[in-house]
Design a binder for this molecule. Structure first.
Ligand code: NAD
Length: 286
């Protein structure tokens, strides 16, 4: 039987989630997607109208199929957590069963089980503010959307994951080195995500027989990254200063994720894998 993957955090064909889906599909996995509720309509419409067809092409010439797209808002765990104003919001009212618990239940009902879980989402409403100017609200919102969302996904999906399964998240070096401009508590959120990767590797390894890893990815001009405002600078900095002097492609991160999710990585868990042309190893720019 082929493997089945649920990838949370795809809303277009530019980000890491899409590239990971493609690499997993190329390796034969069945692809399920979780898309942020406010972005669902445009994503599904674009998909249906063939807007992504060029980027759906796999190495063998076939097109990546997405078996099902689920609406998801990973800052809410159960329907009881959803505030009234969000419930009443037009974009949310048009969809149903999009809290983490409900999505896991729907996937179980539709497909029974999964083998691979990917968390490729982050959000920090005050990301463009320095940490020193970040509000408590902004900081906690960054942690909620970018770190706890992973704990919640694993909590609800691990019980429907087959033993030998693997989960992967995406992190950024701003967790451990100073990256001015990555503010709003996003650096703190990535530090939490990396620490949680170790604890969750232990707990989910023992309880469910699954592996938990994170990829520390170099800069990519995704939609989320463009919202931060310094991505072009980061891409150029990396090309100038990394050991391997080239632009990082999303596909390279996708391929590393496919490796981590595969039996080739059966002894790797609790790890932060750098996929950044080696930039993390530099002490100074040259
Ligand atoms: P992206 O815009 O493709 O992906 C982010 C996704 O998160 C979007 O699809 C968005 O709709 C979704 N999202 C936001 N809030 C959500 C919520 N509450 N519930 C569900 N989905 C939600 O951008 P990306 O850069 O590919 O980001 C994917 C991951 O890669 C993130 O964790 C990001 O921090 C990480 N990363 C990105 C870079 C980079 O330079 N782009 C570098 C290192 C790590």
């Amino acid at each position: 039987r082929g493997k089945r993957a649920f990838i949370a955090g795809i809303a277009d064909d530019n980000g890491y989630g899409w590239a990971i889906a493609k690499s997993l599909a190329a390796a034969g996995a069945e692809i399920l997607v979780g898309t942020w509720v406010p972005a669902l309509n445009i994503f599904e419409t674009s998909l249906r109208r063939g807007k992504f067809d060029e980027s759906r092409v796999l190495p063998d010439g076939s097109l990546m199929e997405i078996a099902k797209v689920y609406p998801l808002d990973a800052v809410y765990d159960t329907p009881e957590d959803v505030p009234e104003d969000v419930k009443a919001n037009k974009r949310y009212a048009g969809s149903s069963k999009w809290t983490v618990k409900e999505v896991a239940e729907s996937v179980k009902e539709d497909f029974g089980s999964i083998d691979i879980l990917v968390h490729s989402l982050a959000n920090g409403p005050e990301v463009s503010k320095p940490l020193l100017e970040t509000s408590r609200y902004g900081y906690l919102a960054a942690i909620s959307a970018s770190s706890y969302s992973y704990v919640s996904l694993l909590q609800h999906f691990a019980p429907i994951m087959n033993p030998g399964g693997a989960t992967i998240s995406l992190t950024y070096i701003a967790s451990e080195r100073i990256i001015p401009g990555y503010g709003g508590g996003m650096s703190s959120a990535k530090a939490a995500l990396e620490s949680d990767t170790q604890v969750l590797a232990f707990e989910a390894g023992r309880k469910h027989g699954i592996r938990v890893n994170t990829i520390s990815a170099g800069p990519l001009g995704s939609r989320a990254a463009k919202a931060i405002g310094f991505i072009d600078k980061m891409i150029n900095y990396s090309i100038e200063n990394a050991p391997v002097q080239k632009e990082l492609s999303a596909e390279e991160v996708g391929n590393a994720a496919a490796f981590l999710a595969s039996p080739l990585a059966s002894a790797i868990t609790g790890a932060v894998l750098y996929v950044d042309n080696g930039l993390n190893a530099m002490g100074v720019g040259v």
